[in-house]
Design a protein around this ligand. Structure first.
Ligand code: PRX
Length: 631
């Protein structure tokens, strides 16, 4: 690993010259005066004084060279549609959307909440906000009204953009009524709600004075040209909420210049995409992967991006490979769960299509088990690169970087520290460096590189206290992941150090689920743990103590209580957070000082040894748990 090791070393030792060079990849309206301002650690400001704009870099900048090239292909197996937008057409569509948003009184620094299915208008809305210097906050369409309301209250958006409905496996998901409920639950409701009517839901209602029909607004304002608003590099581009150990999601705040540079650089060094080629990222715009590698990254790099609405196995398990063949995809990005889903299907689907255009398949978002890594690698006959990152970082932390040097893929490992990241694997006990083969906490010595979160929206203190206090004497960013490094320097991720679980690549705090379960009137106490699942990686499992045990007397009563609790989670958070089971117990296993023995609970649920139990208050609690798990 000579060339890559040198490249990485230069990014840390000669940080300023390294990033000055990388910053040439994007357009600066005004050049920056200072590469890095790290005068108030751990806060880092990149490319200080420089002015740029994400939308300009993603679209306008390409108009001379590639106005007729396809910028975005929308493929929906839900509506059987394929629509292509050239860079010129995308420019027009985004300009029109920006004009509509502007007409609602939105300007620089104002927040816009986007709650949308996977339709081109979702990307238009994000890019239009960027054009105006407005801060978008995309909320994943699978989240329930109450989750959406929490995010509205934190971001205080002036405008909310939604659609009548989404589709999943042919079933309509009604967005508009959900938005109505979220707005009514919210303490800071947006002034306007812009509704894209796809014609799926025939009878949603519009609130007079608040709701604006997108098609009508386009007719009225769509032809007004909207110039790009140049932002200082550190001005926020977006907020994206993510889960942690508390019940309250954090608003990850991203800057503008640093993010554009990091993405542009990763497109070449990590993803090896070339301008004019096609990239297919199978995520959703509601997640960080969708922000970075469906919308901004490929477009900034002058590629064609594919926005896919549908399931990986509908109409059949060949659909993604058909897209690769037809769109001549060179870079594909998906998730380990998707790979495991495909592994269960007939392998003939993989042989049916010509994948010769494909250079690499990248997977991220959750641990990629070795057998699945090996299987998909062999099945597609192309390098499958597992890479590791977080909503907070916005781009990879650990990866191979084939654009710099082709290193061997090791199954089950996301590879090496990405350039720009000064990673340290530390022993939890004394914060010293873990030896090869020894488990440690994966941390990053600040400054975090360009592209990473700059703070928690509206709460600098929370940023410092959440991420930089794991080792109190050292100001290090904690990823809250365990890792281990082998003798060749490959890192393997061993799971979270906190109470965050990962269900099919969706990051969920067990605390959030516990609060949702607790909203049920008969719950006295609850503990939610993540248990290993062969398809989704992890699944939440709830252990509940009820107030009125007579409701559990019959099997039917028990089932109905369980269903009510699951419905409460669906209603508060969304179906992605629904526990696999709710198991009723008389008490939860705690230490004598009242601390929940969460790890023991999880171990028992996974059929492992519960570990040291000498501090347990009531051994009978554990015995009962063993019993209900068997039953
Ligand atoms: O625990 C790690 C896991 O997912 C977390 C971040 O999730 P999220 O914020 O949704 O960002 C996903 C961006 C790709 C991490 O703290 N994780 C992510 N990628 C991997 C992973 N675990 C193991 N291997 C990975 N490749």
């Amino acid at each position: 690993m000579g060339a890559y090791a040198d490249f990485h070393r230069r990014s840390i030792e000669n940080r300023e010259s390294f990033w000055t060079e990388e910053a040439r990849r994007i357009h600066w309206h005004r050049p920056f005066d200072q590469v890095l301002d790290f005068s108030k650690p751990p806060f880092a400001k990149w490319f200080v004084g420089g002015q740029t704009n994400l939308c300009y870099n993603a679209i306008d900048r390409h108009l001379d060279a590639r106005s007729d090239q396809t910028a975005l292909v929308y493929i929906s197996t839900e509506t059987d549609t394929e629509r292509r937008y050239s860079y010129r057409e995308l420019h027009a569509a985004v300009n029109a959307c920006a004009a509509v948003i502007q007409a609602q009184g939105v300007g620089r620094g104002d927040r816009v909440l986007i709650y949308m299915p996977m339709i081109p208008e979702a990307a238009f809305a994000m890019l239009a906000c960027a054009r105006l210097g407005a801060v978008h906050s995309v909320v994943f369409g699978g989240f329930a009204a109450a989750s959406c309301a929490t995010r509205i209250d934190d971001a205080k958006p002036k405008l909310l953009i939604t659609a009548d409905a989404g589709l999943r496996g042919g079933k309509a998901i009604h967005y508009k009524p959900l938005v109505d409920e979220a707005v009514s639950l919210s303490k800071h409701p947006p002034e306007k709600v812009l509704v894209i009517n796809r014609g799926i839901d025939k009878d949603f209602s519009m609130v007079p004075g608040r709701d604006v029909d997108y098609a009508e607004a386009l007719r009225q304002h769509g032809s007004t040209p909207v110039p790009v608003t140049w932002l200082e590099s550190s001005e926020p581009s977006y907020i994206l909420y993510t889960s942690g150990t508390t019940g309250k999601p954090k608003g990850v705040q991203r800057d503008t210049g640093g993010y554009a540079v990091a993405l542009a650089s990763s497109m070449e060094h990590i993803y090896c995409g070339k301008p004019g080629e096609a990239m297919f990222t199978t995520s959703d715009v509601g997640w960080v992967v969708g922000h970075s590698y469906i919308v901004y990254g490929p477009l900034i790099h002058g590629m064609t991006t594919i926005l896919y609405e549908g399931l990986p196995i509908r109409p059949d398990a060949g659909i993604w490979w058909k897209i690769v063949q037809e769109q001549k995809v060179t870079v594909m990005f998906s998730s380990p769960t998707a790979a495991r889903v495909l592994k269960k299907q007939d392998p003939a689907y993989l042989k049916k299509y010509n994948l010769s255009s494909l250079r690499h398949l990248f997977l991220a978002g959750e641990p990629l088990d070795e057998p699945t890594h090996r299987w998909i690698h062999d099945a597609i006959g192309k390098p499958v690169i597992d890479h590791y990152w977080q909503t907070e970082t916005g781009w990879p932390i650990l990866s191979l970087a084939p654009g710099i040097e082709k290193a061997k893929v090791k199954y089950g490992s996301p590879g090496f520290p990405v350039y720009g990241y000064d990673l340290k694997l530390l022993r939890e006990s004394d914060a010293t460096e873990a030896a090869p083969g020894e488990k440690g906490v994966l941390t990053i010595a600040p400054p975090l590189p360009p592209g990473c979160m700059t703070t928690v929206w509206g709460d600098d203190e929370r940023f410092v206290n959440t991420y930089f206090r794991t080792f109190p004497k050292l100001m290090l960013y904690s990823t809250f992941d365990w890792g281990v490094r082998d003798a060749e320097g490959y890192t393997f991720i061993l799971g979270r150090t906190d109470d965050v679980i990962n269900v099919a690549g969706h990051r969920i705090g067990t605390r959030e689920i516990e609060e949702a379960v607790q909203s049920h009137a008969n719950i006295a106490e609850v503990a939610v743990v993540g248990v290993a699942d062969s398809l989704k990686g992890q699944m939440p499992l709830a252990f509940a103590v009820v107030k009125d045990a007579s409701k559990l007397d019959t099997e039917a009563g028990r089932k109905s209580q369980e269903k009510e609790i699951m419905d409460a989670v669906d209603h508060q958070l969304g179906a992605i957070a629904r526990p696999q089971r709710v198991l009723f117990v008389n008490s939860l296993p705690k230490t004598r000082s009242g601390k929940l023995l969460r790890r023991s609970l999880q171990a028992l649920a996974e059929g492992r040894d519960p570990g040291d139990l000498t501090t347990i208050e009531d051994p009978a609690a554990l015995e009962q748990i063993r019993g209900v798990l068997k039953g």
